[in-house]
Design a protein around this ligand. Structure first.
Ligand code: G3H
Ligand code: 13P
Ligand code: ZN
Length: 307
């Protein structure tokens, strides 16, 4: 079916307390893995392209891949700009048929973040395109950091209320202790669930968990067995998704888990088949492995059967 607005996908997710998976894509195989997984599990899905993915894959190429793939499946598919850095980035995607854009001005001061986000909302909402913004700074909660320092990075609930009221964003990315990449926590995995709970109670809109990859130790071990070096890799435990969803997270962003699975599989295939030089025999198994990871996430996010 044609791409669906994330505004329309958020509504039932928020009412029925499940999260829609956001999966980063960079090329054809990742698009196929994600769409097949969603279709088989009858789940809505978000395919997300970062500005660097759009540069790597080619802006039109990636958009057309997603649009073509979406037409082949019978579940709602949203195309989302991940971490749009400028108003111009967002505008380009709004005009090209994205159905959701993230404007990430979280590094700016609060007032400037509001102003930039308002500009994007003004362009997106007349076209029924969803806008996600971010407040706070993503980063692990370390044991040896003082409580006040730690809290300063997390999303402030009072600011969240003012931000949502002034910008009218459809979803808010919150900083609650996760971070991007494969090294999220030095010790125990800690998420500030009380922040999610308080912010959700006060703003009501869908909240987004960035940096949510699980960094499965078995996948890391497999990649390392075949030559990768990923000491200290650590992610968000599966149980945390359930709790975060119960408290108000409706969109969960996954990129690193797909990358790790892809690289572990490609390394294993290459190591076990030294005579193979057909890319399809190398990329095909990786496409299947990534699909399996996405299916598992969809089940954990409880969006299966919701399409
Ligand atoms: O949050 C960032 C995503 O993982 C995308 O990363 O900019 O390397 O494509 P990227
Ligand atoms: P991970 O690096 O944990 O997969 O997070 C991805 C993300 O937040 C994309 O916006
Ligand atoms: Zn992110």
């Amino acid at each position: 079916m044609p791409l669906v607005s994330l505004i329309d996908m958020y509504k039932p997710a928020n009412e029925k307390h499940y999260a829609i998976g956001h999966f980063n894509i960079n090329n054809m195989e990742f698009v196929q893995s994600a769409l097949e997984a969603a279709d088989e599990l009858k789940s809505p899905i978000i395919l997300a392209a970062s500005t660097s993915a759009l540069k790597y894959g080619g802006f039109d190429y990636l958009i057309d891949l997603v649009k073509t793939g979406a037409k082949k499946v019978s579940v709602p598919v949203a195309l989302h700009l991940d971490h749009g850095a400028t108003i111009e980035d967002a505008e380009k995607c709004i005009n090209a048929g994205f159905t959701s854009v993230m404007i990430d001005a979280s590094h700016e001061d609060f007032e400037e973040n509001i102003r930039i986000t308002q500009e994007v909302v003004k362009m997106a909402h007349p076209k029924n395109i969803a806008v996600e913004a971010e407040l706070g700074r993503l980063g692990g909660i370390e044991d040896d950091v003082s409580v006040s320092k730690r809290d300063a990075c997390l999303t402030d609930p009072d600011q969240a209320v003012e931000f949502v009221e002034k910008t009218k964003v459809d979803a808010l990315a919150v900083a609650v202790g996760t971070s991007h990449g494969a090294y999220k926590f030095k010790g125990e995995a800690k998420l500030a669930f009380n922040r999610i709970e308080e912010i959700k109670k006060r703003v009501g809109i869908p909240l987004v968990l960035h940096g949510a990859s699980g960094v499965d130790p078995a996948v890391v071990a497999k990649a390392e067995k075949f030559g990768a070096k990923l000491p200290g890799a650590k992610g968000v435990p599966d149980e945390a998704y359930k709790k975060a969803i119960e408290l108000g997270i409706n969109k969960i962003n996954i990129d690193t888990d797909l990358r790790l699975t892809w690289v572990a599989t490609v390394r294993e295939v290459l190591a076990g088949n030294p005579k193979v030089f057909d890319p399809r025999k190398i990329l095909g198994p990786a496409r299947e492995a990534v699909k399996a990871v996405i299916m598992n996430k969809i089940k954990l996010f409880q969006s299966d059967g919701k399409a």
